[in-house]
Design a protein around this ligand. Structure first.
Ligand code: K7E
Ligand code: CUA
Length: 764
């Protein structure tokens, strides 16, 4: 504490001195602020450790399950600022997810028995790995409620694929990846018959109900799961819970724990004690130890059976081929977490104060020696607990999940009942430190803490209850993620973060430098398939094609207009509107909607998206850009006119005219000349430096000239109208030149600022 105070005081002093030197922006001094806001020196230290000044970036990026929102939440550490919600199993309007045609197709992959399922209960995200280290290419996440798994590409943070588990009715132990992301593991939760739509009474639980674990084959090059190369292991009707893949020493194996190995069937309504009593009666449950590498060979050799068209290795085959072993684990366990070197497997028993550390070496020795204490009711060999244990450590009440530090042998385990995090040494089996969290922690997570190279530094506690931490917002309270500094011997609580979007179960965090997201798509890309979009067109190729009652629009978006600006259809027409964003500049996203037709698209630079609907109501429907993309964003609109069938105008009528004068025209021409002078000076600056060394600037310059290029021929046009004294057309076409100039100048000035701030050099 003394040490801490000294540190804090010197920090305070240093900060104070800094302020004194540059205090022009504020009359406050640090001591006054601390006093006024009731902050301690410890608060100040925590703030300094988490604060990320404007313009600077965080060190880690976290991907949190969004729980019942069916989404993924992206935030950064240590500031805990939310960066994005990714629509996964649930429509997400901002991204157009579920409101444009391509993303609807992704959601449709998640249909079960032909039914849309538009919510999910996401639990465990997993980042793809290379040699057991996070590689930042893909993210996987499971849906416990409707057994599904999704693939998110981290080049654009979009959901690309949803697969439905062919044999489970619920699942929990996913997503966990093998060390080179060969497979994504997904284990069942509540046992049920594996055959789809098959009914057996609960009395036949032992015979007809089954659990299992699925190994989804991942094709990294395609960035997709290959369902036909995926397979499952049939497991007894124990309630499989969490999984983890072996690594290092245990490479090629995977571990899945279970509870309710009692195979109890509750029934309060029949006078039977409930599940919670019957499922926790025994002192031990089973850890499943599975040789997945060998299992894949067994499937290749044709020894699997097909259930619902999917390869399943029966328990009998798994035992015969030596793929499957059980080890008792105390008591109603929850987490199973393999150590970074793969030598140990840590299991926590919810109803036991201990964590059990199993030795992979001992497990292998028992298997080699054929030393089993018994067989379970399904003939699976059971390795004796003593023969597999390295050590057991009493940590506290309700241990759940474990994560690892960059320091050797150091682990952190969540204590649900105690509302604490325990720091302990799994090699020597001793407790090192404890810290209270608020409240009732489920998972916890250290930076890259389930990879072979944990990065240490920070830990996030995912608390189930927030109770008194935040300003009350009604009975449904936000979730509470707490950031803890684990860099020293003693853990230190730094920050409370409310999460208002469903109960996140697990979160993974990666070094931000490993992520290489794109800033734009190749023009005309369908982002959900990563292929050229059939509806893409370039500037000047826009068109409307009619075939019978089908109307297809091939349009473009660029600041600040939508082409086309009028879409004429008849009642009952089926309308498809394809839109390509022609921008190259970073962050110049346009949105698109047609009033009252429940469609929306987010069209990032280069993307092509289609929206489709039946124009079933006669009337006038504005469509517009939904992102404030430029000064004239509000003008970025058009009209869809839905006419009665066979409608003809009764008499030829013209669009209303303005009342422009020669003076208006001259003023516009002068404005154009003045703006051109600004553009010329910016261009002179940009070309005087090494702008070509900055890809973002090159893209902006390309866009700027694209905009300016559109003025071609317009000068002749307005001069032509002026010669005929048509001041309206003369003025408006001159005005249109200015519109293009404004966008050119806007981009040019942004490029200039960027170059000045990023140390551009003069070139000859
Ligand atoms: Cu513990 Cu689904 Cu991993 Cu919740 S799970 S906490
Ligand atoms: Cu494009 Cu607003």
């Amino acid at each position: 504490m003394k040490q801490f105070n000294k540190q804090a005081t010197s920090l305070l002093l240093a900060a104070g001195m800094g302020l004194a030197a540059t205090a022009a922006w504020s009359a406050d001094n640090l001591a006054d602020v601390l006093k006024a806001r009731g902050l301690s020196q410890q608060d100040l230290l925590a703030a300094a450790k988490t604060y990320v000044p404007t313009g600077k970036r965080d060190e880690f990026v976290a991907f949190s399950s969004g729980g019942q929102s069916g989404q993924v939440i992206v935030y950064s550490i240590p500031s805990m600022r939310i960066l994005k919600y990714i629509g996964v199993f649930t429509p997400e309007p901002w991204q157009g997810y579920g409101f444009d045609e391509s993303s609807k197709k992704v959601l449709a992959q998640g249909r079960i028995d032909g039914k849309d399922i538009t919510w999910g209960d996401t639990h465990h995200p997993a980042i793809s790995e290379t040699n057991g280290e996070y590689d930042g290419q893909f993210l996987f996440i499971n849906d416990k409620a409707n057994p599904r798994l999704a693939v998110i590409d981290l080049r654009d943070f979009e959901t690309k694929q949803i697969v439905v588990n062919p044999i489970f009715k619920s699942e929990h132990g996913g997503a966990f990846v093998t060390t080179n992301t060969e497979y994504v593991i997904e284990a069942a939760q509540y046992p049920a018959p594996l055959e789809n739509k098959k009914f057996y009474p609960l009395e036949e639980m032992n015979e007809k109900y089954r659990g299992g674990v699925t190994y989804w084959k991942f094709d990294r090059k395609e960035g997709r799961i290959v369902t036909k190369d995926s397979f499952s292991l049939e497991l007894p009707p124990y309630w499989q819970d969490l999984s983890d893949a072996g690594k290092g020493a245990s490479e090629g194996w995977s571990f899945t724990n279970s509870f309710c190995s009692e195979r109890y069937v509750g029934g309060i309504e029949k006078g039977r004690p409930p599940y919670e009593a019957g499922c926790s009666a025994k002192d031990t449950d089973y850890l499943h130890v599975i040789n997945w590498k060998k299992a894949a060979e067994v499937v290749k050799a044709g020894k699997a059976k097909k259930i619902n068209g999917h390869d399943v290795i029966s328990i009998e085959t798994a035992v015969k081929e030596g793929l499957l072993y059980l080890i008792p684990e105390p008591k109603s366990p929850h987490g199973v977490d393999v150590t970074p070197d793969g030598k140990h497997i840590v299991v926590a028993g919810k109803l036991d104060t201990h964590v059990s550390v199993y030795s992979f070496e001992k497990i292998q020795a028992a298997i080699k020696a054929g030393k089993f204490e018994s067989k379970d009711a399904y003939g699976i060999p059971v390795i004796g607990m003593k023969d597999a244990l390295h050590t057991q450590v009493s940590l506290g009440l309700g241990p759940l999940h474990t994560q690892y530090d960059s320091k050797a042998c150091v682990a952190y385990t969540s204590l649900y009942v105690d509302s604490q995090v325990a720091k302990w040494n799994y090699c020597e089996g001793k407790v090192l430190d404890k810290i209270s969290v608020h409240y009732n922690i489920g998972h916890l997570m250290t930076m890259e803490g389930d990879s072979t190279k944990p990065a240490g530094k920070y830990l996030v506690a995912l608390n189930k209850l927030s109770i008194d931490r935040f300003v009350p917002v009604g009975p449904l309270q936000p979730q509470s993620h707490q950031l803890i500094d684990i860099s020293g011997d003693k853990m230190q609580l730094l920050y409370d973060m409310p999460l208002p979007l469903g109960e996140p179960h697990y979160v993974v965090a990666i070094d931000a430098k490993k992520l290489k997201p794109a800033v734009r798509y190749k023009v005309g890309t369908d982002s959900r398939t990563d292929k050229p979009h059939p509806g893409a067109v370039r500037a000047g190729e826009e068109k409307i094609v009619r075939k019978g009652n089908k109307v297809e629009v091939f349009g473009t978006l660029i600041r600040s207009h939508i082409t086309p600006e009028t879409i004429d259809v008849e009642v009952g027409d089926e309308v498809t509107i394809n839109l390509t964003n022609l921008e190259r500049a970073q962050d110049e996203t346009h949105g698109f909607t047609v009033s009252t037709y429940n469609v929306h698209a987010s069209v990032e630079p280069g993307k092509t998206v289609a929206v489709k609907f039946k124009a079933d109501k006669e009337g006038v429907y504005p469509y517009y850009c939904t992102e404030f993309c430029s000064a004239l964003h509000l003008e970025m609109m058009g009209y869809m006119l839905v006419k009665p069938k066979g409608w003809k105008p009764s008499a030829k009528k013209e669009l209303a005219k303005g009342s422009y004068t020669e003076a208006d025209y001259k003023a516009t021409v002068k404005k154009v000349a003045d703006t051109q002078a600004i553009i010329d000076s910016v261009v002179a600056y940009i070309t005087s430096v090494n702008y070509k060394d900055f890809p973002d600037v090159v893209a902006m310059v390309e866009d700027a000239f694209d905009q300016l290029g559109k003025t071609k021929g317009l000068k002749e046009k307005h001069e032509g109208f002026a010669a005929k004294k048509d001041w309206e057309n003369a003025n408006l076409w001159a005005e249109q030149i200015w519109q293009y100039q404004v966008k050119t100048a806007d981009l040019g000035l942004r490029a200039k600022t960027y170059l000045e701030q990023n140390g551009a050099r003069k070139v000859k």
